[in-house]
Write a new protein. Structure first.
Length: 498
């Protein structure tokens, strides 16, 4: 058992939120545990031995309300001071990433280093205090300083590599896209697509294509493919295989206890879609999130087989297209609550190690709602997560980036301050800046163009309003696209031999 004391203004807190809380073991893998708040403490009953850290939604002055992780800790009889352990965890991770990024004694990093030394000094004061309330206050100041400095460090690192990509013109020629709403066919909506994006992600959900068994409906997809081809807008399509809510047709659940039948039906669905649209689609999202949303309760081996079957078939039918294996909820907190799922990094590593024939990973970063996978993380955590997937040696496409532009969608936390159109625009700039600085990141897709999207998860997450007027984030995207494409479409500089 792990216990954590929580203090509020010097007293044991009676108002402790454990929304989204979970335990984290070695290699960042979530652990199954019962977590409850009582008598000013968070009590965690683990189901696995070994040290563990607590991830909890936590207010940080100047940083927002973020899902943060404590250090990994052994079990002990007395409670840990949660304030202290959250600060310890963040400082340790910053030191690890500074070494990984090679930013010790790097020119220009001195102001950030000064802030990090201040955070460590505050943390030492917290350790030396005999009063747990005073220790909590020092630790809160240390955490605040470390979070702000950690984000500055990640952006400093991004500046270095983004400059290098600009100098070598190493961007994808069409790096920025959005998920379009198949139900919206208005001229104003289509004009915004052409105005701002290099490509679109056209959803092809099994539920919409085959609403009744053996009754295929291509009308909506055909209309969009025709329009996109006519206007020379490249297409990313899919997911072909996804078990998320609203993606599977209802009739499929007749076979939910017959894996072989469902595998054959998936094979036929993928074949049918790719044969029809293969020559029009540049990138296929073959599977998306089956590691996290295992609605049909398949085993680990069965999920890996479905990944292999889908990827192999797409490669056979559309060999010139890029095939993606898409990861949702990349921190994997869902795994702490559902034993029939797979941690995302384990799934990704197995997809590579087992020789499945796909070209790149996809990864989604959507924050705001109080749902697993969507509790707010800061830019330091995001940058570190992108690095983790990059270490697997495959290119990466960000297939769903999104945050809200209104406070109503903020039960999963906030970034720096309450969500607004201005905060959404700032997040977009810093996220795109961070992601595109990674040399293995090929494209970024914003999740919804408009607020009233029929498939929206975040109601206020669009770049334009329901009346198609642009938000600040839309203007920020236009500026960034101009900057990136200016670098992407110039030939590399010729270096004379010496």
């Amino acid at each position: 058992m792990l216990r954590f004391s929580v203090y509020d203004n010097g007293d044991a807190s009676g108002r402790i939120s454990i929304d989204g809380a979970y335990l984290v073991g070695s290699d960042g893998v979530p652990l199954r545990a019962e977590i409850e708040a009582r008598d000013g403490e968070i009590v965690c009953t683990k189901r696995a031995p070994g040290p563990a850290g607590l991830a909890v939604l936590w207010p940080v002055k100047g940083g927002g309300r973020l899902l943060l992780e404590s250090a990994r800790l052994p079990e002990q009889d007395k409670p840990y001071n949660l304030h202290l352990e959250l600060a310890r965890g963040r400082l340790m991770r910053i030191d690890h990433k500074r070494e990984d990024w090679g930013l010790f004694d790097f020119p220009g990093v001195d102001p950030i280093d000064t802030e990090l030394r201040r955070a460590r000094d505050l943390f030492v004061h917290a350790l030396q205090s005999d009063d747990p309330r005073q220790a909590a206050a020092y630790a809160d100041d240390a955490l605040q300083t470390a979070v702000v400095a950690g984000e500055r460090l990640s952006l400093f690192h991004a500046d270095i590599f983004l400059t290098r990509r600009r100098q070598t013109h190493a961007f994808n020629r069409r790096p920025l896209g959005c998920v379009l709403d198949p139900a919206n066919t208005s001229d104003a909506y289509r004009q915004r697509i052409r105005e701002a994006f290099d490509f679109v992600h056209l959803p092809m959900l099994w539920r919409h294509i085959e609403p009744k068994e053996q009754e295929i409906n291509w009308r909506s997809v055909d209309a969009w493919v025709e329009w996109l081809n006519r206007h020379k807008v490249p297409i990313m399509a899919g997911p072909l295989v996804s078990f998320q809510d609203g993606h599977l047709p209802d009739w499929l659940f007749i076979y939910e206890h017959d894996y072989d039948a469902i595998r054959n039906l998936i094979f036929e669905h993928v074949r049918r879609v790719v044969e029809r649209y293969g020559k029009h689609v540049q990138r296929w999202v073959v599977v998306s999130g089956i590691h996290a949303a295992n609605t049909l309760h398949f085993s680990f081996e069965q999920l890996m087989e479905l990944t292999r079957v889908g990827a192999t078939l797409v490669k056979q039918l559309a060999p010139r297209s890029t095939s993606l294996v898409d990861l949702t909820a990349p921190w994997g907190e869902y795994y702490s609550r559902n034993q029939r799922t797979i941690p995302p990094m384990l799934y990704a590593d197995m997809a590579v190690q087992s020789g499945i024939g796909f070209d790149a990973f996809g990864m989604q970063f959507q924050f705001g709602p109080g749902l697993d996978g969507m509790f707010v993380r800061d830019m330091f955590q995001i940058s570190s997560m992108i690095d983790r997937i990059g270490n697997l040696g495959k290119p990466l496409h960000i297939t769903g980036a999104q945050v809200p532009s209104a406070v109503a969608a903020a039960d999963g936390g906030v970034w720096r301050q309450s969500w607004s159109e201005e905060v959404q625009a700032r997040w977009l700039r810093e996220f795109f800046h961070t992601a595109l600085s990674k040399p293995f990141v090929e494209t970024i897709t914003w999740r919804d163009l408009a607020d009233d999207a029929s498939l929206a998860v975040i109601p206020s997450g669009g770049l334009i309003r329901a009346d198609y007027s642009p938000k600040a984030a839309f203007e920020a995207l236009l500026s960034l696209r101009h900057d990136i494409l200016g670098a992407a479409r110039k030939p590399p500089r010729q270096v004379e031999a010496t």
